[in-house]
Write a protein that binds this ligand. Structure first.
Ligand SMILES: [Zn+2]
Length: 172
């Protein structure tokens, strides 16, 4: 199964002609459309202040960060960073992590997946064979459900007849 998955993904990756993966290209196109709505003010050569009508954002292209935190978390420029990148005439591809680049994608799926063989053929070291793996300690917590309803405060329970005097008495 892994062999098939890797081969299929490798075949798809080598067909890609863009420097970034198709998913990133689609995302990038969306971010470029959003970027037109921002007012970008350069603070210096690497820092930019953006106004989008709701919140102000601060983008640092040198540190690859944005105050929205998407740039540094996803390792790909957010729409604010794309606006800043466009303002300073850089190429967006410079700011993407290598994982999103087509060349890396091809290399990732070029690896070989070999069969593991039958367990009787495995070469397992003695110290690994001696390890005993037990399931976690677990205690059954099932409890028999209560059959009698607890009366509310002020609610009287059904009177019962006394076996000695044969009178009714109320339980409390
Ligand atoms: Zn952002």
């Amino acid at each position: 199964m892994f062999q098939r998955w890797f081969q299929n993904r490798y075949d798809e990756a080598v067909k890609v002609t863009t420097p970034l993966s198709p998913w990133v290209v689609k995302q990038l196109s969306k971010w470029f459309n959003d970027a037109h709505h921002f007012v970008v003010k350069p603070i210096n050569r690497v820092e930019f202040e953006l106004k989008d009508g709701k919140k102000d954002r601060l983008v640092n292209l040198s540190k690859k960060t944005c105050s929205c935190c998407e740039f540094q978390t996803d390792l790909l420029p957010c729409n604010h960073a794309i606006a800043a990148i466009s303002k300073c005439k850089h190429e967006a591809v410079e700011f993407y992590a290598d994982n999103y680049k087509t060349t890396v994608l091809v290399e990732d799926y070029a690896g070989s997946i070999r069969l593991v063989g039958h367990p009787s053929e495995w070469d397992i070291s003695l110290h690994v064979k001696q390890i005993v793996v037990l399931p976690l300690a677990w205690q059954c917590q099932t409890r028999k459900p209560r059959r009698k309803r607890i009366p509310l405060v002020g609610e009287s329970s059904r009177p019962r007849r006394c076996s000695q005097c044969n009178r009714y008495r109320h339980n409390r």
